[in-house]
Design a protein around this ligand. Structure first.
Ligand code: C2E
Ligand code: CA
Ligand code: CA
Ligand code: CA
Length: 275
């Protein structure tokens, strides 16, 4: 083993240690993040193509770390899920999203992302009811976004929470559609109000005929099932035009707007400009 000299095995062990130390540090920093007010939401609009108007915003979580700067959700949501912190963070997100929604016009909705762990805990229902009541906003203005993979593990509990949300008047969207399995079965059995076509399909649809075929079928499927359909990750005018012609209800993406702070929402609602 000695013969390996500096580098090789030893080097990798150190790199590995550093990685796990770093992760632990991030984990312990995340523990106090809510209390220290380091989390905030940004909002990305949904544009309805038919009327060319903004119908709502998706709330996206951000973490302003005191020394690392802005940490994206891809780097801390998984940690929050593993440690159980997602429950506290998720509750904060719902409360914050509802409170922000209270400042917006009545016909504007907010969509909130859920993690699987949150979705299998019935306490979430009480949190939602309370957040809506405290903010004095109608449940019909809140939408929950869940992914197909969340339905795979504990289908029964997911279905009962979904139905309870519907009873409350909260709508549910199926996020990242097309990236999981058995989507069609879920669509038939569960009361989704909207499908969000995953951005990977939108990105490739104009270059790859098979992607275009999938996008077209999902849009027509949504129409037949009488549920809404949103295309995510729209970045070019050509993509937008294609989606318009294909009959997509709503689009979301950098072309329309990057996620913005709550302060910038009123201006966005006023201009509603495309391109
Ligand atoms: P998502 O729910 O699929 O959100 C869409 C992601 O795509 C967002 O990344 C958004 O900023 C990005 N995006 C929007 N338009 C475009 C576009 O035109 N092009 C490209 N390339 N990207 C676009 P973000 O904000 O980094 O969020 C990543 C993921 O983190 C989200 O994916 C969601 O799964 C998760 N997430 C965000 N906020 C929350 C939260 O409050 N709770 C939970 N549980 N998960 C969250
Ligand atoms: Ca989402
Ligand atoms: Ca998505
Ligand atoms: Ca995604």
């Amino acid at each position: 083993a000695k013969k390996a000299g500096p580098g090789s095995v030893c080097f990798f062990e150190q790199a590995d240690d550093r990685l796990s130390r770093d992760r632990k540090a991030l984990q312990s920093d995340l523990e106090g993040a809510v209390a220290r007010n380091e989390l905030f939401l940004v909002f990305q609009p949904f544009l309805e193509l038919g009327k060319n108007r903004i119908t709502g915003f998706e709330a996206l979580l951000r973490w302003q770390h005191p020394s690392r700067g802005l940490v994206p959700p891809s780097e801390f949501i998984a940690i929050a899920e593993e440690t159980g912190l997602i429950h506290e963070i998720g509750e904060w997100v719902i409360r914050r999203a509802c409170a922000t929604l209270a400042d917006w016009p009545e016909d504007i909705r907010v969509a909130v992302n859920f993690s699987a762990a949150q979705f299998h805990n019935t306490a979430i229902l009480q949190t939602i009811v309370q957040a809506l009541a405290d903010a004095k906003v109608s449940p019909s203005r809140l939408e929950i976004e869940i992914t197909e993979s969340m339905l795979l593990s504990k289908y029964g509990s997911a279905a009962s929470i979904l139905n309870a949300l519907l009873q409350l008047g909260v709508t549910v969207a199926l996020d990242d559609f097309g990236t999981g399995f058995s989507s069609l079965t879920y669509l038939r059995k569960l009361p989704f109000s909207r499908i969000k076509i995953d951005q990977s399909f939108i990105r490739d649809m104009l270059a790859q005929p098979d992607c275009a075929a999938i996008v077209k079928s999902v849009i027509s499927l949504a129409r037949d099932l009488d549920i809404g359909v949103v295309a995510e990750g729209v970045e070019t005018a050509d993509q937008l035009e294609y989606l318009r012609q294909t009959g997509c209800d709503e689009v979301q993406g950098y072309l329309i707007s990057r996620p913005v702070s709550a302060d910038n929402v009123p201006a966005l609602l006023n201009t509603r400009k495309l391109r």
